[in-house]
Design a protein around this ligand. Structure first.
Ligand code: SAM
Length: 310
């Protein structure tokens, strides 16, 4: 399965001014290397550091980008530790960082990885198979309240309580299709037929929990800001509202600077604006891109530029 990079020409245009004089571009979610390749092609003087926590994706990207030699430096890791991964490569400052979040088509479409609710596979969902906790543990070992919390918070699922109760009652659950059935049956009958597959939100929630996705995004953004040179740019492509909200709030906070409550007469917080937001509204793929690549449908891109230090 090929993964089609989302908003790829927009991404290469976006980073063009930042990379015009060369420098390091970090693709924090390398996948099969679609965006990385576009940047390598567009910016002959740029070096691309590619990070992925999935060793399978990394191997594929290695093969796909082999022709770029030392301009493509690919490394296994979690972007949660972006700054220390870069430090290990001897890199302190960069001109661009891209996060294209979530899972890729090859991960989603391989039943053995356990991400999909339409095929039968083991309950896994780990992006990095060396992680200790898989969906099997979350589904079979979490307490009912804990499970309910995960499904409500990370799936924004209004039937979280019924679903958690049904899962606990059906244990052990070992496969994705069995879980999908249990979730479907937990839905009140009339709700089963509206709003897509009933298991979609629950699977999203479990995936976020297994991979610690929201925490990773928070610290990845924090690190990106630390390593970005003035004039450097950061972009995030997200696929659901939780990720988009974290990105939007992070950019807004760093663009605002002062964090004092409104009733404080004189600023006492010392915080300075670090970013300029480049996308007042998130950028969405055009209808023809969505028609050609249905997975682009939910995509939202937000971008910001590092300000000169005063
Ligand atoms: C949507 S795909 C990226 C596709 C890529 N832009 C391309 O054009 O081929 C997301 C990738 O990011 C990886 N990933 C997700 N979260 C990560 C994290 N916290 N650290 C490192 N890689 C991560 C996944 O393993 C997956 O391969």
């Amino acid at each position: 399965v090929e993964h089609r990079p989302v908003l790829v020409s927009f991404v290469s245009e976006l980073f063009r001014p930042a990379l015009a004089r060369g420098g390091v571009f970090v693709d924090a979610t390398l996948g099969q290397g679609g965006h990385a390749r576009a940047v390598l092609e567009a910016e002959a003087r740029a070096v691309v550091v590619g990070i992925d926590r999935d060793p399978v994706a990394l191997d594929e990207a290695r093969a796909n980008l082999a022709g770029y030699g030392s301009r493509a430096r690919l490394t296994h890791g979690n972007f949660e530790e972006l700054a220390s991964l870069l430090e290990r490569l001897g890199i302190e400052k960069v001109r661009g960082v891209l996060f294209d979040l979530g899972v890729s088509s090859p991960q989603l479409d391989n039943p053995a990885r356990g991400f999909g609710y339409r095929a039968t596979g083991p309950l896994d969902m780990r992006m990095d198979p060396t992680q200790p906790v898989s969906a099997l543990q979350v589904v079979n070992e979490y307490g009912q309240r804990e499970l309910e919390g995960v499904i409500r918070r990370f799936g924004e699922e209004r039937f979280a309580r019924r679903i958690a109760r049904a899962i606990v009652g059906a244990r052990p659950i070992e496969t994705t299709d069995r879980l999908a059935d249990v979730v479907r049956e937990a839905f009140p009958a009339p709700a089963r037929r509206t709003g897509g597959h009933p298991a979609r939100r629950t699977f999203q929630a479990l995936r976020i929990e297994v991979n610690g996705e929201l925490d990773a995004l928070g610290s990845g953004l924090h690190d990106a800001l630390r390593v970005l040179e003035p004039g450097g740019r950061v972009a995030v492509i997200s696929y659901h509202s939780l990720e988009d909200r974290i990105t939007k709030q992070f950019f807004a906070r760093e663009a605002r600077g002062c964090d004092c409550p409104p009733d404080v007469p004189v600023c006492a917080c010392d915080a300075r604006a670090e970013l300029r937001v480049l996308t007042r509204r998130p950028v969405r793929p055009a209808p023809d891109e969505i028609a050609a690549n249905p997975r682009a449908r939910a995509a939202k891109l937000r971008a910001a530029e590092r300000l000169e230090v005063a």
